[in-house]
Design a protein around this ligand. Structure first.
Ligand code: ADP
Ligand code: MG
Length: 399
């Protein structure tokens, strides 16, 4: 075999700048091509079977309510009826009302976090937001990763289209005391978004600078406070974080009621997850307990993600995960599938893929796993709401 020898190609800073501009330009074109012909992402619509499954009723019940005519009737496409995502959510709100947030309960914040990149944080965060919104919840997705992957999945280009006022940056900089300014609607009904972009790296300098100027300042509580008024307007706030325990990630954890940690069953990922909790507990001791304060989470879930069923090494590590994290491990595994990769190549998730666009069996397997993940997390959210109501009743009775 003839071996071709590598040559070196010297690159100046100007070359690198040109390279960066080239890719940025390509991203704009790629997105336009993908969003053609409408230049906008569209949430998929649902068939009667899917609507019935979503609402937890049989098709006869759908037919009955359709006849009664008090819920959206959808539209006829070819010879079948289908409902837009917004219409399906209206049905879910009606038929699943027992699962929704009681009037006196507060919105629940769930932070998706892990030290590592590539463990499916962003995929899990966006899929969770979509799944919960389909079930009738009103969701805010807060992207805190300066790479803006979640922002990109929503069809917004972090580099070209996001300024500080679209991100949590103004809040971290102390120029705003609520995040309300940054909220925008998305193509997906009932999911609003606060974007991220590389400028959010600035928070890693501004937060410690504010802390050293004012020792009474609590850099870790900026986001928690900034979400106070927002918790009344949303049922669930999902936060996607960068692959590090940065100042921003600490804020996201301190603002959280629940934590979701995606964890592929690989030895290195398992080891790194131990470092994450170790460092986090050290930090909590330094920042919080040393001041006589405390912090608790309603739930911490470990989600086995990107699981290759046939891989012997991963079944060993899966055992470690189960032993190490015990009942924190959600009783569902997200399989590693080409479907997830296909979806992300189109800047979406399995919930974005139109029916019939891909191999139906693997698609169903991946989608069923995410459905179950959303169901399990929804059950925990409902349990927190129930407890809030009981506590309020006790306070009222004691008063
Ligand atoms: P993170 O936010 O932790 O960096 P991402 O959610 O961006 O991780 O996922 C990393 C990569 O893995 C992405 O290319 C994504 O499409 C892919 N991926 C995520 N989940 C799966 C899965 N279940 N099967 C196959 N690929 C996946
Ligand atoms: Mg990510």
């Amino acid at each position: 075999m003839v071996q071709i020898k590598q040559t070196i190609r010297r690159q100046t800073l100007e070359d690198i700048e040109v390279q960066a501009q080239k890719i940025a330009g390509m991203m704009g074109h790629i997105r336009s091509a993908m969003l053609a012909p409408t230049e906008q992402k569209i949430a998929p619509s649902l068939s009667a079977v899917q609507l019935a499954e979503l609402c937890g009723v049989d098709k006869a019940k759908i037919a009955y309510r359709l006849k009664r005519g008090d819920l959206p009737s959808g539209s006829i496409q070819g010879n079948r009826r289908e409902w837009s995502m917004a219409e399906a959510q209206e049905w879910a709100r009606d038929l699943r009302s027992v699962h929704l947030r009681p009037a006196l309960a507060a919105g629940i914040t769930i932070t998706v976090a892990n030290f590592k990149g590539g463990v499916a944080k962003t995929t899990s965060a966006v899929t969770l937001a979509q799944g919960l919104s389909m079930r009738g919840h009103r969701v805010l997705l807060l992207d805190l990763d300066p790479q803006g992957s979640a922002t990109t999945l929503f069809g917004v280009l972090p580099d070209a289209e996001v300024d500080a006022e679209h991100t949590a940056m103004l809040l971290f900089a102390g120029e705003a005391d609520t995040l309300e300014y940054g909220i925008r609607p998305t193509y997906w009904p009932n999911i609003d978004l606060v974007c991220a972009a590389p400028l959010l790296y600035g928070a890693e300098f501004i937060l410690p600078a504010r802390q050293s100027k004012d020792p009474g300042f609590e850099f870790w509580r900026v986001l928690d406070r900034g979400l106070d008024t927002i918790r009344e307007s949303y049922d669930v706030i999902v936060i996607d974080t960068p692959p590090s325990l940065s100042y921003v990630t600490i804020n996201a954890l301190m603002a959280a009621d629940g934590v979701l940690m995606p964890l592929p069953p690989s030895a290195l990922d398992f080891a790194s997850s131990a470092q994450f909790w170790d460092l986090f507990s050290d930090l909590c001791n330094q920042l919080i307990r040393s001041r006589g304060k405390n912090k608790s989470f309603e739930f911490i879930d470990v989600l086995l993600s990107r699981v290759e069923a046939s891989d012997a090494a991963s079944s060993v590590v899966r055992q470690w995960v189960l032993e190490g994290y015990g009942d924190k491990v959600l009783p569902i595994e997200i399989p590693k599938t080409a479907i997830a990769a296909t979806a992300s190549a189109e800047f979406g998730t399995v919930y974005d893929l139109p029916r019939g666009s891909v191999n139906s069996k693997t698609f169903a397997r991946a989608r069923d796993a995410y459905d179950r993940m959303c169901e399990l997390i929804e059950q925990q959210i409902e349990a927190v709401w129930d407890r809030q109501l009981v506590e309020q009743a006790q306070v009222a009775a004691g008063a």
